[in-house]
Design a binder for this molecule. Structure first.
Ligand code: PLP
Length: 427
């Protein structure tokens, strides 16, 4: 059940008009659906004291979407200067922002500390010495290595570049204490697109065990634990949704138990991206060519610049042809873009109703890691983004890229340099 029935009901009657007015291709996001999912997440964690979602900006870095998140009381997870700027632009500051960078540069740090700062989440122990100033609160990203298995998508934690190792855990916080830092958080992210909520429950357990021993060994109390993102969504019709109520329920129980033993409990933070917006966006593209060679191909007016996931991860995105039902006369086709790259395919050998030039294809679940991942290889441009408001109005929230945008980095003042050790001077 990729695209919800209610989103379909809202979009279907008006889709041809929208395509006519704005032109194709476009991603369109459903504000009603995003808000419903946000409220559902909040109510699932109602019993968890200090619960807060920090929306992962990288999933859908558009100020109009971030404003909706801000409206719901969410903070933001940022990992680059641009993402910090976006979050601050919609009014987030200090504790509203979690800066989870890795391989962090001084430029990154300076931006993180600017404008009232934010929660600094360090990816390595060595970065403590590279902080431009001493914050009053610090968080480390923890990587359990062989202590946990991760899931199929994110892979084995021991092979992941992220976080401090288990052996470094006490040392990291001890060093932070030595620097005079007095407030602490602990972060981890072990799964991606995981629909089995038990993974996240186990992650909470793991973090609580760590902070318990940190108290015994270092006398440290943690203000929050952050379990990262990675909540999954069903991309395929036969897949089940994640049971977010059960997750909230079990996490609340774990924290209560912890409180019973420790007489305090940390706040719980998470930084979901996909779960909040993934199902609430679709890429609408028009069929422009048909080709019948060794396979049957449908060429559309979008390419992987609009959606990388199929080409990059071989990911499944459900596709419907506007106005055409599944009736039994489907044909196996590859749905392709125009890149000179054979993985520029939105679907491979997919059974779809007969498609004619001009038909609209609705490529689903593009509300997270969709437009944001697009790239300009082959001079292909990224499409516009639209937002369907609760009152039925449709707003363009990002225009399509133009050739002018593409050529902009070729326009600059001349800059020629002759190194002293050039061939001529050496000879
Ligand atoms: C990408 C990312 C997220 C969001 O992941 P989703 O799978 O979209 O939930 C959260 N936290 C960090 C540190 C990330 O890198």
């Amino acid at each position: 059940m990729p695209m919800s029935q209610s989103f379909k009901d809202r979009l279907s009657p008006i889709l041809p008009e929208i395509a006519q007015h704005f032109g194709t291709p476009f991603h369109i996001y459903d504000e009603v659906g995003i808000r419903e999912t946000g409220e559902k997440l909040k109510s699932a964690f109602q019993a968890v004291k200090g619960f807060r979602e920090y929306y992962a900006v990288k999933a859908l870095p558009n100020p109009h979407i971030l404003t909706i998140m801000r409206d719901m009381g969410f903070g933001f997870d940022c990992s680059s200067v641009a993402e910090l700027i976006l979050a601050r632009q919609v009014g987030a500051h200090s504790n509203d922002i979690m800066f989870t960078s890795n391989n962090t540069s001084q430029t990154d740090f300076e931006a993180a500390f600017a404008d009232g700062g934010c929660i600094i989440n360090l990816d390595d122990i060595s970065l403590l010495k590279k902080l431009p100033q001493i914050p009053d609160q610090i968080c480390f990203r923890y990587n359990p290595g062989s202590g946990r298995t991760g899931n199929a998508i994110i892979g084995n934690p021991a092979e992941a570049k992220y976080g401090i190792s288990h052996e470094q855990f006490y040392e990291a916080y001890q060093q932070a204490q030595t620097l005079g830092i007095k407030r602490f958080g602990l972060h981890t992210m072990l799964v991606s697109n995981e629909r089995n909520f038990q993974y996240m429950v186990d992650t909470v357990k793991m973090l609580l065990e760590l902070i318990e021993t940190a108290y015994t060994r270092l006398g440290l109390r943690f203000e929050f634990i952050n379990i990262g993102g990675g909540l999954g969504i069903p991309y395929r019709p036969e897949e089940e949704v994640l049971d977010v109520e059960a997750l909230g329920h079990e996490v609340a129980a774990l924290l209560d138990e912890f409180y019973g033993q420790q007489s305090y409990k940390p706040d719980l933070h998470m930084e979901s991206g996909r779960y909040l917006t993934g199902p609430h966006g679709v890429l609408v593209t028009r069929a422009i060519n048909q080709k019948h060679t060794y396979r049957d191909y449908v060429g559309v007016d979008a390419s992987m610049s609009a959606l990388m996931r199929p080409g990059m991860y071989n990911a499944y995105h459900h596709i419907e042809v506007y106005g055409k039902e599944i009736t039994g006369n489907e044909r196996q086709v590859d749905v392709v873009g125009a890149l000179c790259e054979n993985n520029d395919k939105f679907a491979v050998q997919r059974a779809l109703p007969p498609i004619e030039d001009g038909d609209l294809l609705i490529i689903q679940d593009t509300g997270a890691h969709g437009h944001a991942m697009g790239f300009n290889y082959n001079g292909r441009l990224r499409p516009q983004e639209l937002l369907l408001h609760p009152n039925g109005e449709v707003e363009r929230i990002r225009r399509a890229e133009t050739l002018e945008d593409y050529f902009r980095t070729l326009n600059f003042p001349p800059n020629k340099f002759s190194p002293v050790l050039s061939i001529q001077s050496v000879v």
